[in-house]
Structure formats: structure tokens, C-alpha cells
Design a protein around this ligand. Structure first.
Ligand SMILES: [Fe+2]
Ligand SMILES: [Fe+2]
Length: 412
């Protein structure tokens, strides 16, 4: 089988990518296309990039909605190894027979011959041809994979000439094929900057709006390089611990905590981002393990099943994510119950957890307005409705929550 590989940051996944995929399949040169959202793109690191899981699930949702009948799949291969995602590493990992066979089978493509050999083609635009030999380990890339080059009318590259040039430059004649792409071209950077969502599908548009992406990007300027690095790495690691919905929720809480910190105390930005990002990290661990970790952190203070993940998360954050800051650890520990004498950081994470953009359990517009002007007033509304829910289920309110209520002026 001929397999096309399309790597990229997909930030966002747009109609230009869609026309590339359709063109590659229409050419008949490849039978399937595998999209590989980058985890650690060597050329696009740092503040401007959306954390990898957002981009991965954006692509996945888009493919599930719009490429149902096509053989287009999404691979998380770049989440599975550490270090920078260079093209060669990605091709080497994805082309391993054990990986690709399992991957195709998981996507409903069964091979009658278990030893079937696949050919891989790295899909790229014709603009890379004039300098392709400068790619890191270009010769090794071409040993493992061919190139499937998209040629667009008027793209200013003499494709024939360039293919001839590369053929004579590399010892073993590389397998370079060309296909025509018509239709949409778009630049991700422009879409992000101008919020120009006519260039993305309805699914991607919805995804961007649900998670409020590309709106508060400059808040990252308030955070140190070291924290930014941890934030991106944590996001990749969280992929192992949480399913799509909860992972995106906890990332949203990180970004909203950063926003609230920027309003109330800019010195808290670094810690708010990390505490919010990690607050639910333990929520999908096995219950017995959560209980053990909760006891390690807080004795028997939290013995109810729903509360375990908070202290357990504090332990996991230290053990697996390298958190040492006691304020961050407390913010994670008390994010579900609250407590008396909450620090501003703890309040920020508590509130962001209730109000992150993907939360739709009620009309939260009043709470969201108050959250950026009067944090205690916003908390009174959020804690009040949480407590009402607990009471309506006939459950007891946790003593720590009673202290919290007392503190912020709710008397129930
Ligand atoms: Fe939680
Ligand atoms: Fe949460």
C-alpha cells in the first residue's frame, strides 16, 4: 500500500490542508493519507503555538466530520517519543512495521498479508524543492520515504527542473512524484491573526470557538520561558493521562487561570498557568491509586470518590510533572472543595475550573463578567450553585467548603 504522510502544526487545520489531502488521494499515487500533528515542531516553538493536544484533537474532529468516506487518518505518533519532532524521526517511527500495521488495523484497514510492505510518501508543497537537500538528514528521509509534491498553478517553481535536480543530487534516485492541487490556499498565521474562519471548516470553527483559541495569545508574554517550556511539555504528557474532553478542559483551565492572574496579580501568571493546566491530571487514574495518592497528600481529609483526584493530582503533579511550588500544589489539592483562607492563586484555579470556555452546564455569562472584575463576587455565585447542587442530591457539604463559604460571605 502507498501511504501519504502529511505532517504539520495544523494551527489551525484549514481548507488549504483539505485541498492538499484531497489532491493527494485523487492523484491515485497514495491509497491513504495519515495526518501527523506535530508535538514539538523544531521551527515553531515558543509562545505563538497552540498546545499540541488542541491541534491534535482539532484535526481529529475535522477528519471525523469531513473525511468520513476517505481513507484519511490522524496519528499521535509525535506524542509517543520525547525530543524534537524532526521529519526523519517521525517517518522512522511511523514506518516501523509493528506500528503501521496496528495503526491501520485500528482504523479499519486490515491487510491479508501480515508481511505486506508499505511505501511511504512525505506530502509537501513544491516550494520546498529548491532547498530540500538542506533539510536535516535529507538523504535518510529519502531512503525511508518518497516525496509527494503538491504543485499549484502559479506557485513559481519549475517542478520538473527541480525534480531532475534532486534526482541527480542524491545517489539512490529518490522517488519524487508530483500531483496538482487546485482550490484553496491559506496561511495559518493569517487565520489566527485575523480570526478569518471562512478558511476553516465548520467543525474547526466550532472547535476554535469552544476553546476560545487564538484570542488571548499575548498573555504568554507575561510568563517566563521556563514556564512556557513546562506548559507545552505538560500538555504533551497529559495526553497519556486523560481522554479528549478532560484533557482539553484542564488545558482550558490553565489558559483561563493565566487570564485571571493577569487581571488580579501578574506575578501569579506562571503559577496560575501550570496549576490550572494540571489541576485535573489525576482524574482518570484508577480509583485505588487515586485513593493511595490522596492519603499520601492529605490523610483522610478527602475520602469521597469525587474528591480524590484533587489531592491525588497534587501528588501526580509533583511526581510526574516536576511541580515543587507549594502554592501550586495547594491550588490543585483544594480545587474541588475550596477551603478557608484560600490564597488568590487557589481562588483563581477554583474559578477557572468552573468557568472555562467549554463549560456549558448553565448560562455563565454573569459569572464570567464578574470573574474579571470582582473575584469574590464571582466565587459567591459559583460556590453557591455548586453547594445547591450538592444539597439537592441530599449530600453533605464538605467541611472545607463550609469554611470557604464562610470566608467569602455565603451563609448557608
Ligand atoms: Fe477537578
Ligand atoms: Fe476540572
Amino acid at each position: 500500500m502507498n501511504i501519504g504522510l502529511l505532517g504539520g502544526s495544523f494551527d489551525p487545520f484549514h481548507k488549504g490542508h483539505e485541498s492538499l489531502i484531497k489532491g493527494a488521494l485523487r492523484s491515485g499515487i497514495v491509497d491513504v493519507v495519515i495526518l501527523i500533528p506535530s508535538a514539538r515542531n523544531p521551527f515553531k516553538r515558543g509562545r505563538g503555538v497552540t498546545a499540541a493536544p488542541y491541534r491534535f484533537y482539532m484535526v481529529k474532529d475535522a477528519v471525523e466530520a469531513d473525511f468520513k468516506k476517505d481513507k484519511v487518518f490522524v496519528s499521535d505518533i509525535e506524542f509517543t517519543y520525547s525530543g524534537t519532532s524532526f521529519t526523519l524521526t517521525t517517518i522512522r517511527e511511523i514506518s516501523k512495521p509493528s506500528y503501521i500495521r496496528t495503526f491501520l488495523e485500528a482504523n479499519g484497514i486490515k491487510s491479508s498479508d501480515a508481511k505486506e510492505k508499505h511505501s511511504f510518501f512525505w506530502i509537501t508543497g513544491s516550494d520546498v524543492l529548491p532547498t530540500f537537500e538542506k533539510w536535516r538528514e535529507a538523504d535518510k528521509i529519502l531512503e525511508l520515504s518518497g516525496l509527494l509534491v503538491a504543485s499549484r498553478p502559479g506557485d513559481g517553481v519549475d517542478v520538473k527542473e527541480q525534480v531532475g535536480r534532486l534526482n541527480s543530487l542524491f545517489k539512490d534516485k529518490p522517488d519524487i512524484r508530483v500531483f496538482d492541487v487546485k482550490g484553496f490556499e491559506a496561511a495559518s498565521s493569517q487565520i489566527r491573526k485575523n480570526h478569518d474562519y471562512v478558511k476553516v471548516s465548520k467543525t474547526v470553527d466550532e472547535f476554535i470557538r469552544t476553546h476560545n483559541l487564538y484570542r488571548e495569545d499575548d498573555l504568554f508574554d507575561l510568563v517566563s520561558d521556563e514556564t512556557i517550556e513546562s506548559y507545552y511539555e505538560n500538555a504533551i504528557k497529559l495526553y497519556r493521562y486523560l481522554g479528549q474532553k478532560r484533557l482539553l478542559h484542564t488545558l482550558n483551565v490553565g489558559l483561563l487561570s493565566l487570564k485571571y492572574a493577569s487581571v488580579y496579580d501578574k506575578n501569579l501568571c506562571d503559577r496560575a498557568l501550570i496549576a490550572g493546566e494540571l489541576h485535573d491530571c489525576a482524574k482518570e487514574l484508577d480509583e485505588t491509586l487515586q485513593r493511595e495518592m490522596a492519603i499520601e497528600q492529605s490523610g483522610d481529609l478527602f475520602d469521597e470518590k469525587k474528591l480524590l483526584h484533587s489531592p491525588a493530582g497534587a501528588v501526580l503533579a509533583q511526581r510526574e510533572f516536576g511541580v515543587t511550588d507549594p502554592g501550586v500544589i495547594d491550588a490543585i489539592t483544594y480545587h474541588t472543595t475550596g477551603r478557608g483562607g484560600m490564597s488568590l492563586l487557589e481562588k483563581i484555579v477554583y474559578l477557572a475550573d468552573k468557568l472555562e470556555p467549554a463549560r456549558t452546564y448553565a448560562d455563565l455569562s454573569r459569572e464570567r463578567e464578574l470573574a474579571v472584575t470582582d473575584i469574590d463576587a464571582a466565587l459567591r455565585l459559583c460556590v453557591g450553585s455548586t453547594v445547591n447542587k450538592i444539597k439537592s442530591r441530599g449530600q453533605d457539604v464538605h467541611p472545607l467548603t463550609l469554611d470557604f463559604m464562610n470566608d467569602i460571605g455565603i451563609y448557608g
